[in-house]
Design a protein around this ligand. Sequence first.
Ligand SMILES: Nc1nc2c(ncn2[C@@H]2O[C@H](COP(=O)(O)OP(=O)(O)OP(=O)(O)O)[C@@H](O)[C@H]2O)c(=O)[nH]1
Length: 342
Amino acid sequence: MFGKLREKLKKFTKQVEEKIEEEEKAVEAPMAGEEIQKAVQESTETEGEKPGFLGRLLQVEIKEKDIEDALDELEIELLEADVALETVEALREKIKEKLVGRKVRIGTNKGKIIEEALKEAILEILTPEKKIDLLQMIKSKEDKPFVIAFVGFNGSGKTTTIAKLAHWLKKNGFSVVIAASDTFRAGAIEQLEEHAKRVGVKVIKHDYGADPAAVAYDAIQHAKARGIDVVLIDTAGRNELNRNLMDEMKKIARVTKPDLVIFVGDSLGGNAVVEQAKQFNEAVRIDGVILTKLDADARGGAALSISHAIGAPILFVGVGQGYEDLRPFDEKWFVERIFGED
Ligand SMILES: Nc1nc2c(ncn2[C@@H]2O[C@H](COP(=O)(O)OP(=O)(O)OP(=O)(O)O)[C@@H](O)[C@H]2O)c(=O)[nH]1
């Protein structure tokens, strides 16, 4: 996971480290290495925790010029890794904020300081303005069912994801029914039924060509009549966005008044997926995102950008083809995956 992204960030760390070392050499020049360490040690011991007088002399401040070149390179590489432009720019500013002016004592582990700054910057980018606790939301809704509509392009893994989420909800004690509102793509209904059967969930369906909003409406009525907790609405994707699709989405939203609209995107699609999400967000407000195929994603561009770009949190990530392979998203976990080993 994210091998390429990791490489780029490591390269940045190394470049900045070398620059700081150059600054250090200028400070160190008049003294020999061992003398410096000793002087810093003694000075700190006499003045407590904080660096003492000599310690202060023997520290360097990271300057903008030390990181500018490395940031320029990182910016290009992140764009190549399909991180959205506005996210790259925001990340650049945050990294700068965290590093410029920072005082580094000679002899300390500079790589660690730089890596921590990168981690913090990425964590801030990933942390959405609003968070969603799905289980809590479902529990606290008084009039059942809780309705979730899924939107996204063809091939994004939407159908598999709906089955994974149904499985996860069942494991958490909720009853679920699925609306087969993709009445457009040949085979979509059978495919959904097959997945639903495997996870033990009923599908409400009409024929192909039927009104998707009517199918969703029926599923909600079915849930109401039987006290089912959650309705998951599978909507049609297209290969490209068009007016019909957006009008269809708007009608489903009008008729079913979903509690949540979740955008399902293939993380391998990179920036294109972020653009899709933005367009859906303009038509029907997206409340949350599920990114699929993260297990196969070396670049991490979509994952890094999507929350920041549309202001909605990533709720889950798909990390494999099995029904268990859906992971509630956690920013810290994500950052650890980027910096840790696979
Ligand atoms: N490795 C991996 N594969 C996934 C993941 N999610 C889905 N897939 C696979 O992606 C392929 C497409 O998924 P489907 O759910 O069939 O998606 P689709 O029907 O093409 O697309 P929709 O029209 O969006 O439903 C299938 O082979 C899935 O097993 C994931 O998180 N990781």
